[in-house]
Design a binder for this molecule. Structure first.
Ligand code: ADP
Length: 227
């Protein structure tokens, strides 16, 4: 590999090029980062190389520590193990990535048990793309005015909502959301511009967007926008 060690700080190793891994690799690559993408299957590697989803695509079996060593995997700061459907391979690849010394390993899980095992073998972050996306789609269908939601853990989220009509014309101080609903306002968007440091005297306008953090239970109690 001709990649210099010191430059690997901004480089990403993506293991497994199914739909999820391909999307992670392509997004990072399009953002201008150097991405080394690997898969055990020749056909997957060929396709990924043709589609130009990464800086470099190699055929590597990530369950084999020697194969990972050969590509200098230990020099990466961040790896994403995107092997969802192959339980044993996903666990071994995560274990190998951590043992190789990669500081931050994100691993995709398909079930809570799978996720728990990945955490046990050292994954720094476990993601559940299917269930998270399913939840977001359901929320977007049911919660009027919910634009985005980011689940922090099973009980807490950050949500982006259209301000409900009864909020308009009031300041954050008037609304007193922290006391009344136990949620904190992180940012307000007015006329397309975000204010990430809102002041208690900032007034909510019609159609403004509010970004809040809180317990799901409390966030659910907030009045909904009348769209
Ligand atoms: P998705 O659900 O995101 O489409 P999959 O879990 O179906 O993802 O795909 C996983 C990918 O990981 C496949 O392309 C498969 O070839 C690859 N893979 C499986 N085992 C290994 C391994 N030991 N090393 C590297 N890649 C692997």
């Amino acid at each position: 590999m001709g990649w210099l060690k010191k430059e690997r700080r901004n480089q990403f190793l993506i293991i497994g090029l199914g739909r999820f891994g391909t999307s992670v690799a392509r997004t990072l690559h399009n953002l201008g980062y150097d991405v080394l993408a690997v898969d055990a299957e020749e056909e997957r590697v060929r396709r990924a190389a043709c589609e130009n989803i990464a800086t470099q695509v190699l055929q590597v079996n990530a369950t084999d520590p020697d194969a990972l060593k050969q590509i200098g995997a230990g020099e990466f700061q961040v790896a994403v193990v995107a092997i969802g459907s192959f339980l044993q391979e996903s666990i071994l690849a995560t274990l190998n990535a951590k043992e190789m010394g990669i500081a931050y390993v994100v691993a995709k899980a398909t079930t809570p048990i799978h996720g728990a095992v990945l955490e046990k073998v050292g994954a720094d972050r476990v993601v559940y793309p299917e269930s998270d996306m399913g939840r977001n789609v359901a929320l977007s269908l049911t919660s009027r005015g919910m634009l985005e939601s980011l689940q922090l853990d099973p009980e807490h989220s950050i949500v982006e909502v259209v301000a409900p009509r009864e909020f308009t014309g009031q300041t954050l101080r008037d609304l007193d959301l922290r006391r009344r609903f136990r949620v904190n306002v992180l940012a307000l968007r007015h006329d397309g511009r975000f204010n990430v440091n809102p002041d208690p005297d900032d007034r909510i306008g019609a159609g403004d967007i509010i970004v809040m953090i809180g317990a799901n239970r409390d966030l659910d109690q907030l009045p909904k926008a009348d769209l």
